[in-house]
Design a protein. Structure first.
Length: 321
């Protein structure tokens, strides 16, 4: 890798390390999709928080960390009737950036989206798992979801609301990742395209034989999607992939984000580092100098697919080649 990319990695680490903590408030786990890979599927029985509880959590996080950004996630935030009220409260307290993680279906209603923007919504993280209905609707188990999510993206574009997309990489969509990049390119307001290898929890673990492809099959298509994004001037990043599989594009790996998040979930409320430790590393990883920035391989992935020769150590010297 050249010095320019190495500089980007160093800058990314320094930038995220110096960033003020942000808030992430889980509103509840009700959802209008039923994604086969949902890692929170087991939490859907917990119920949703009431408005007062959420507003109290906004107050607490601001008091503890003086955050300027709050992410509202779940579950699906847009199924709540009080989302505008929550956003208005955050804006009243001076939060400049209020962001929702959403499947985007309800954003197909332009009036609804306008009401959120008027209340204080500034950006979105939209989950979309294919470039056509055949793939997306099957993975979400929700006929018509692709049409609504696509319309939601179009409304975000019309209203000038910037957004990030996230695609969970599955057996059904990994071969079409480059086509998805071309699909997202029609939206100038997209700030980042994330390609996330699934964490094997919840639905992803339950349906592993049906929807999960091994990392070594997925990796070439992820690299092709990143390369296409670079050619098209789009920021394409991958998440939860070992660093040695990205073809030297280390500045396009989300693992280098080290910023702290004040996380508020339904069953606990505490400040956490926003990354999970990897489950296992192979002997070849022992000499990898960037291992501390790698999530490793999920134990269930290893038990299902075994070990592979694709993994290799990465040195800091590689960043300067």
């Amino acid at each position: 890798m050249d010095w320019e990319t190495a500089t980007k990695v160093i800058f990314k680490l320094a930038q995220s390390a110096s960033r003020r903590a942000e808030g992430d408030i889980k509103l509840g786990y009700a959802c209008n999709n039923n994604c086969l890979f949902c890692t929170a599927s087991w939490k859907k029985t917990h119920g949703d928080r009431d408005t007062r509880t959420v507003i109290d959590e906004v107050d607490r996080i601001i008091d503890e960390d003086q955050v300027q950004r709050i992410v509202y996630s779940g579950g699906e935030p847009t199924v709540r009737s009080d989302l505008s009220e929550i956003l208005k409260h955050g804006r009243h307290l001076g939060i400049r950036d209020q962001h929702i993680q959403t499947n985007g279906r309800r954003l197909s209603d332009r009036r609804f989206l306008e009401s959120l923007c008027e209340a204080g919504l500034t950006s979105c993280f939209v989950s979309i798992h294919g470039h056509e209905a055949r793939i997306h609707d099957w993975l979400t188990q929700s006929p018509g979801a692709f049409e609504e999510t696509s319309a939601g993206l179009a409304n975000l574009e019309r209203l000038g609301v910037c957004f990030i997309t996230n695609t969970v990489i599955c057996e059904q969509n990994y071969r079409t990742l480059p086509e998805q990049i071309s699909f997202f390119a029609q939206f100038p307001s997209v700030r980042k395209i994330k390609l996330s290898y699934p964490r094997l929890r919840g639905g992803a673990a339950d349906n592993i034989s049906e929807i999960i492809a091994p990392m070594w099959d997925v990796a070439p298509f992820v690299r092709a999607a990143i390369d296409l994004g670079i050619k098209m001037g789009l920021c394409v990043e991958t998440e939860f992939m070992p660093l040695c599989l990205v073809g030297g594009k280390y500045d396009r790996v989300d693992n280098f984000s080290v910023g702290r998040v004040n996380l508020s979930d339904l069953n606990y409320s505490e400040s956490n580092w926003y990354r999970e430790p990897g489950d296992i590393f192979y002997p070849v990883c022992d000499t990898c100098e960037v291992r501390s920035h790698c999530l490793g391989v999920d134990l269930l992935h290893h038990e299902t697919f075994g070990e592979h020769s694709c993994f290799s150590p990465v040195s800091f010297a590689d960043l300067a080649l």
